[in-house]
Design a binder for this molecule. Sequence first.
Ligand SMILES: *Cc1c(COP(=O)(O)O)cnc(C)c1O
Length: 393
Amino acid sequence: MYNSELLNKLKNIQTPFYYYNIDVLRGTLEAAISASSKYGYHIHYAIKANANPRILNIIQGYGFGADCVSGNEVSKAVEHSFDNSKIAFAGVGKTDFEINTAIDANIHAFHVESVHELEVINELAEAKDKVVNVAFRLNPNVDAKTHAYITTGLNENKFGINPWELEDLVERCSDFKNLKLIGIHFHIGSQITDMTVFEELAIKVNSLMDWFEDKGIELPYINLGGGLGVDYENPANKIPDFDAYFKAIYDNLKTRENQEIHFELGRSLVGTCGDLISKVLYIKNGLKKNFVIADAGMTDLLRPALYKSVHVVENLTSTLENVVYDVVGPVCESSDVFAKDLSLPKTQRGDLLCIRTTGAYGQVMSSNYNLRDFAKAYYSDEVYEYQEETILA
Ligand SMILES: *Cc1c(COP(=O)(O)O)cnc(C)c1O
């Protein structure tokens, strides 16, 4: 992918920067659509994975809905012309302002996590003389078998309504004249690569659908959330196995007639289209270790520091013999490390590093801690246009 022609262009750009391969993004979106449409499934894009405006426009162009976890994400989805009737709003702590934003935007549904929240949404909807759709976010107690920080579907997580709270919630729902219960929602975690986890989810959802049916409650809207993982270890493997994912659900979920099945994919749609490109500032030889000090840090890519997540790091410009390094950033925190004991071609000041598979939860988690600048983004289909103006002084 990073052939010499491309490298010649990229090496003149101020580092660090995100580089998005638009062909990979489109290929991924098309694969997701083709796998899901076999079953008539609907996909919302989870905006929190990457809210870069160009990426949002491309995703919207394919007709995806939007999954939002803040009022600003709802506004962003509207701004980027996502169909309002395909916007869902989730989150454990929605403020009154955010709820009002979403009511005004006539979104498809609120994913609600407690009785208390139902009361507030009902009150705010009543004040606007509107009836809004709600779906309960249920906690199915399924172990996503992923990193503890990105597991969300267990009883001890802060997310979702637990089974023992459900009875009360359903009873209270009829008091709320400005709410319409349309369905149930789940999101059990992220970076899930074991398909048996999704099979288990579908089976739990079946028994919850039975429970509602016994009570005579129809659920036209079932949303199974996101969570499908990408292959961080093999960056060349660009397209997640959408076929296996939707099949795992389809083979196990007992869908009723007139029921729409929705998903909220984030990482799997955008994770593989982005890389973080950084320049080597210094090489530091310790007694036992050699350090590569890069100009990208945890302010540009937080995942390694936050989740101990591992991204493949490559030296794009050196062809020398391999040496073992720790690759670190410049931020004044010991957790500002991208790779430990990594074998890389002998690395020198000025070499270009590529931190792979950073399209999801990368740029969007940037901060300006240490008052660092935000890394810019560049796109494979615009390399020619920006080349001239961004050449380093
Ligand atoms: C983060 C999130 C998603 C997307 O998760 P991915 O693992 O990126 O697919 C979907 N739904 C909700 C409610 C979320 O919070």
